[in-house]
Design a protein around this ligand. Structure first.
Ligand code: AP5
Length: 216
């Protein structure tokens, strides 16, 4: 089973992708995480995309497709969860070709729907464990302990550079202009599902699991 999580910035794609990857033993491929990793390790890709990511604009198709291609060739046997990819029609067509060349298909595209007005709170309240990637929120998913990650115990928890109101405005515009058309693309293929992203995290997870059980 290979699936895509689609949704605006802060909709909860990463949160759900982490849960589903554990529950169904799948590989989470987040292009956002890959690009942040490239920035941290000072690679030429990282240097090229740094200011684009901070501004909230999309990185070029060429760069993200190359990252995904590399990950697909490194991993076999398990299903993939595409988190934040594809984000343009060009990326969606490239993904179809890549999967076809490996004789695998897409099972489902799950859109997590959230109204724009809650996204600012989701984005400005988010912090992430730099050691294991667990995602928290100041009010909806706070740390159970005082300072350390509940999952791995690290005290290295940080906010993202692009998690501010100015960048979010650009990220939302990019989403509306370039990513929303993907819904039509996958609707035509009859693999698009929508879940209500305003529900509690575990309730959304249960709804997603119900959809995915059909493909096991
Ligand atoms: P990326 O890292 O993919 O960011 P994004 O799409 O903006 O999505 P986020 O990670 O911000 O949100 P999410 O939906 O994963 O929400 P989360 O689960 O964390 O991309 C960053 C940048 O990289 C892009 O702007 C672009 O420049 C570049 N890029 C990446 N991919 C690209 C591509 N394919 N093409 C071109 N450029 C690309 O949740 C958010 C918060 O809400 C958390 O604090 C969480 O705890 C909380 N939360 C989650 N669910 C709930 C809930 N149900 N109720 C209450 N709180 C919740």
């Amino acid at each position: 089973m290979n699936i895509i999580f689609l949704g605006a910035p802060g909709a909860g794609k990463g949160t759900q992708a982490r849960k589903v990857s554990t529950e169904f033993s799948m590989i989470q491929l987040s292009t956002g995480d890959m690009l942040r990793e490239a920035r941290m390790s000072n690679t030429s890709t990282g240097n090229k995309v740094s200011s684009i990511m901070d501004s909230g604009e999309l990185v070029t198709d060429e760069i993200v497709i190359a990252l995904i291609e590399e990950k697909l060739s490194e991993n076999h046997g398990k299903g993939f969860i595409f988190d934040g990819f594809p984000r343009t029609i060009g990326q969606a067509i490239a993904l179809d070709r890549l999967l076809e060349s490996k004789y695998i298909g897409l099972s489902a595209v799950v859109e997590i729907k959230v109204e724009n007005k809650v996204l600012i709170d989701r984005i400005t309240g988010r912090y992430t464990c730099q050691a294991c990637g667990e995602v928290y929120h100041e009010s909806s998913r706070p740390l159970e302990t005082n300072r350390n990650c509940d999952v791995c115990g690290s005290n290295n928890l940080k906010k993202r550079a692009d998690d501010n109101e100015v960048s979010l405005r650009t990220r939302l515009k990019e989403y509306n202009d370039k990513t929303e058309p993907l819904k039509e693309y996958y609707l035509d293929k009859e693999i698009l599902y929508s879940v209500d992203g305003l529900k509690p995290i575990d309730a959304i997870n249960a709804e997603i699991n119900k959809i995915l059980m059909k493909y096991l």
